[in-house]
Every structure is written in structure tokens, then in C-alpha cells.
Design a protein around this ligand. Sequence first.
Ligand code: GUN
Length: 333
Amino acid sequence: MIMQSAKDSRSETTEGIGRAQLLDGAVIAAQIKREVALEVARLRADREIQPCLAAVRVGDDAASAVYVRNKIRACEEVGIRSEHHALPASTSATELLKLIASLNGRDDVDGILVQLPLPGGIAEDQVIDAIDPLKDIDGFHPVTVGRLSMGMPTFVPCTPAGIIELLDRYQISIAGTNACVVGRSQIVGRPMAQLLLQRDATVTICHSKTRDLASVTRQADLLVVAMGRPGFIGREHIRPGATVVDVGMNRITDEATARLLFGTEADKRLEVISKRGYTLVGDVNPAEAFEVAGYLTPVPGGVGLLTVAMLMRNTVKAAKLRRGERKVMSDEL
Ligand code: GUN
């Protein structure tokens, strides 16, 4: 299903710059999961194949536990079989590599996900390198990254892939735009820049050493922010009318910060803090961005849900590829 064009549905004020239209990650994630569920049902009916995802988590990082739980729940929703390997923080690199080798060797496991970050002492690069590229549903393996950078079909990291889906389904054009990615992580910033380049955007990557960040981000028609600093991107960073995609996911626990960041929404968010102990904010100041941007992804309810949906899609792709349902990797489901 194609969303109503963002341009048609956006409300504008008489000044020409309206309050931003929110890009609803929940709606798009639900669409993607429905498509995946249909494909899983078809595979089960026609080929007796049930895709299987193995999730590995080491230690007791609270946020990681929530993320993995959400991924397992999404598997249940779409009909993917899953297993959760929760290992203690004391697990050695050797033990973890042994588990990965056994998952690589199992014919019934299609996708392997090792939740990051890993506890200190375990080299993440070595662990990622150990995953069979054919089961690399996160898209982090060096072979996968190399294929992506060459523009070859491959597993695309889930967050950037989800952002492209979101823009496409809202019919927000990418080709020819000035796109700016703030953050150069392996998980989001770098693959995001690659995907935008492949879609013919003019891409700038900013990072912690960028001089006069605002002067660079203000050139962007499309601004993707993944820097891990709560509410950092404000009015002065955003070109009026720009599309702003906020990948940040930060916990706010105090009233003063909530009042500063949430404007007229502050009371609602304070209620959330008193109930749950925290509320989530992205890397973008939501109150200010809402006034300046043309389109904006909310936090929560934006990009985070898409990451999980795209992981489901990658798992089905992996199952089809390994089990001979398709001969070559392609961008389709
Ligand atoms: N940590 C933060 N994001 C991700 C992700 O997309 N995949 C994994 N494996 N770990 C993460």
C-alpha cells in the first residue's frame, strides 16, 4: 500500500512553512510486517519453510534486553521462529564465538543477530566477522558492508533500510536532494550515507569533529540524525521545510529537561516519567523541529519500529536465499 503523498497531506500556514507533518513509523512498520507475514505464510504453505532467527545477547544492559524482546515479539507476530540466547556478562569471546559457529552450522537457523553493544573485553569486530554472511541479517559483516558500498544487492542494515522505506512510502523524494547524515556509526550513519548516495542524493556526513555543524546541516533538504545526544539538533540546525529523520533514542528522567524539550507536550511526558521513570527523546529537539521542519519522525513512534520490521524482512530474505527459494540476493522481499 502506498501512503498518501506527504506533500498532499501536509498542513501549511499562510507563511508557507507549516508545523511539521509527523512521519508515522508505527503505520509503516505495521505495513511492512503485514507483507512479511504474508510471505512467511506463503513459504510455509508452498515450501514448508519456516524462517528462523537466532538472537544472541550478552550481559544485562537494560536497553538491549528491551530491544531483543521487541525483536522476538515481532518474530511471533509475523510467524518467524526465534530463539533467544541470553548469555551472562562473564561470557568469554571464545564461548561466544563457539555459539556463533554452532548457529552458522545449523541448517534450521536462517538469521543470526548479536545485539550490540557487547560487554567490554569482547571485540565486536571479531564477533561480527564470525557470522556467516549468508545469515548476516543485521548487515554488519565486512562482506555485507563491502557489497553495500559497491551498490551490490545485499542485506542492508535495518535502521537505514527502514528510513528509506519510510521516505519512499510517504513519497518523499531523495534523488537530487542535499542530504546530510549526522553521525558516522557502522550501524546507522555510514550505511545511511551509502543508501542515500545510491538513491542519487548529494550526501554530506557530519561527525563530532565537524566545524560549525549548524551551517552544514542547514543546507540539507533531508537531515538524518544519529549522534546519541538528547535533543541536540535545534531550530538553528534545520533548513525551514526540511525532512528531519531522528534516529536518536535517549532516556530523559528529569522535569527541567523535559520542559525544555517538549514544549506544549511537556505535561504528557512528565506523566510518562512519573509512571515509568523516564521518557524517550531523540537527538532532535522535538518542539523546535516541529516549528521549522516540513516532515519529522517522532520519538518514540518513528524510526525504532522500522528497524524491527526490516529485521523481519531480512530474516525472510535470508531464509529464501539459503533454502534455494531464490538464486541471488535482490532488494525485494
Ligand atoms: N544495537 C543497536 N542497534 C542495533 C541493531 O540494529 N542490531 C544489533 N545487533 N545491535 C544493535
